[in-house]
Design a protein around this ligand. Structure first.
Ligand SMILES: Nc1ncnc2c1ncn2[C@@H]1O[C@H](COP(=O)(O)OP(=O)(O)O)[C@@H](O)[C@H]1O
Ligand SMILES: [Mg+2]
Length: 268
């Protein structure tokens, strides 16, 4: 059989490959490792593009389960972790933000300890029979996601990586609440001192995930709060429909499809 698109690798294939690579990366911390004298690593439960997530037992209260996000102390990762730790601290107590408990260094790793959440939306969706959510569930999620983004924006930050894998439901009896996670790609859009929006850069690098970013990002322009909401709109459609029309496309073609498509037609 000949390949009609030689050399073409799709977003879905790339995502799968990334997941496999992440799985294959050796586990950073062995089970039983104790962090800060009281947090005991149990096992790895997830791997993202950049961090590994572990289930952690709080030794002083056995019934409390926590999660540790662990990353190597390489320059790029280190900056993301510092940023994430800062944002989680600033947003502590917000309804849709995982509560940060502690952070620190261990050997060549950096870690953040936070409340344990339930599975992310990509994982939940994979387990559904039709690979999509009902409209009431999507709406319930959408309302909470707007609240979550509003809290981030009100603090002067953009999330810049809104996608199903970056939302989790709560654990156990908190399963009806949705949490926005992964603050490693945030960017300040309001100047902290003056309170006015920062001047846009002439050219901004691509940030985010091709399937969900707004046209602004495809155009390499500066993002604003509205771009997080564009991503959310694509996420909502994806969750309700089971896929997006540009699922199989490269970044450039994805951008072109988003520019041309009539948004109402995506809801059919
Ligand atoms: N507090 C948490 N509780 C449970 N699972 C989590 C938690 N934080 C992250 N995860 C899981 O780990 C995955 C990767 O975490 P994330 O912070 O998005 O890392 P990355 O920056 O590598 O994408 C998430 O998609 C989610 O499935
Ligand atoms: Mg993530």
């Amino acid at each position: 059989m000949t390949d009609k698109n030689p050399g073409k690798s799709t977003n879905a294939q790339e995502a799968k490959k990334k997941r496999e690579v992440a799985q294959a990366v050796s586990t950073y911390l062995e089970s039983g490792t104790i962090l800060l004298n009281k947090y005991q690593i149990e096992r790895r439960i997830a791997s993202g593009g950049f961090g590994q997530i572990y289930r952690v037992k709080f030794q002083k209260a056995e019934n409390i389960t926590l999660a540790a996000k662990v990353s190597r102390r390489e320059v790029a990762h280190f900056r993301r972790m510092i940023l994430e730790q800062m944002i989680l601290t600033k947003l502590r107590g917000k309804k849709h933000v995982p509560m940060i408990i502690a952070s620190g260094n261990y050997k060549e790793f950096m870690f953040i300890i936070m409340r344990m959440l339930g599975p992310d939306l990509a994982r939940i969706r994979r387990k559904t029979e039709q690979k999509r959510f009902s409209v009431p569930t999507v709406l319930q999620f959408g309302i909470q996601a707007i609240e979550a983004l509003k809290d981030v924006h009100d603090r002067g930050y953009l999330h810049r990586d809104v996608k199903p894998r970056n939302f989790c439901i709560g654990a156990e009896n908190d399963r009806h609440r949705f949490y926005l996670i992964d603050y490693g790609m945030t960017r300040r859009f309001i100047c902290e001192k003056s309170g006015v929006p920062r001047a846009p850069r002439r050219c901004a690098g691509f940030r985010g995930t091709a399937r969900y970013v707004s046209v602004t990002v495809h155009d390499r322009k500066e993002q604003g709060p509205v771009d997080d909401f564009w991503s959310l709109l694509y996420v909502l459609i994806d969750l309700a429909e089971g896929s997006l029309p540009w699922r199989q496309q490269h970044e450039e073609a994805t951008g072109n499809m988003k520019r041309e498509i009539i948004i109402e037609n995506l809801f059919m």
